[in-house]
Design a protein around this ligand. Structure first.
Ligand SMILES: [Zn+2]
Length: 227
């Protein structure tokens, strides 16, 4: 069953990444078949199988042999791992609860992909994250409101101060996360996300020297682990 969930996760990840990747392309060409960005050759079905194709093609285009970006593979793996973690923690829930967790999962994936590719997250997604957080409290009978409002006021101050240490999207995300977690788990949640981000910085030092680090994917993974 874990393998099945893993595969489903990779398919969802592949689809969402493709949608986010084409977010800035004209609407008419969004529905066209995927092509290699270097040689513009239309890709065959077996070149598009999540995770599998990247491994079989050894990370290169079948036609022009140009190296494919490694994040394609990482994004599909990220989606798979997150879905498996969610499944391990919540496999014996009712259908309606599973539905809520799936929506949370999809929103978190979209935000991660936006942050990784464009270093920004549309406010529309943060708003959905907020609304689902309210629903999540209602379904679980939890009231994490007080923490959320406390943090929301602090976040507003940070957003207006225009601080250089942490991005606006990260501040909003961390603030809304308080709707999903008891306060006692919050330090662990931040600690796990920060540790993963530091590991990522060290592992990518040689090829991404000047690139800003997207923090949302690490926050998303940590949140999925703790909810
Ligand atoms: Zn090519």
């Amino acid at each position: 069953m874990y393998f099945f969930v893993f595969i489903i996760g990779s398919i969802i990840g592949s689809f969402l990444l493709c949608s986010v990747d084409r977010y800035h392309t004209p609407i008419l060409s969004r529905n066209s078949r995927s092509v290699c960005s270097a040689c513009q050759h239309k890709l065959a079905f077996w070149h598009l199988i999540p995770l599998f194709s990247y491994i079989i093609l050894k990370g290169h285009c079948f036609y022009c042999q140009r190296k494919l970006p490694f994040y394609l593979f990482c994004a599909e793996l990220f989606a798979s791992i997150n879905l498996v973690v969610l499944y391990i923690h919540h496999s014996c829930l009712s259908i309606s609860d599973i539905f809520i967790y799936l929506i949370i999962y999809l929103i978190l994936l979209l935000m991660s992909f936006f942050d990784y590719l464009y270093l920004y997250v549309p406010d529309f997604l943060q708003f959905c994250f907020l609304i689902i957080g309210i629903l999540y409290n209602h379904i679980n009978g939890t009231t994490y409101w007080s923490h959320f409002f406390m943090c929301a006021s602090l976040s507003l101050v940070l957003l207006f101060l225009d601080n250089p240490w942490i991005g606006g999207a990260d501040i909003k995300f961390i603030c809304i996360s308080l709707l999903y977690l008891p306060l006692i788990k919050f330090p662990e949640f931040i600690f796990m996300a920060s540790s993963l981000a530091i590991l990522f910085i060290f592992s990518s030092l040689h090829n991404n020297k000047n690139r800003q680090i997207p923090f949302i994917p690490f926050l998303c993974f940590s949140l999925i682990y703790y909810i």
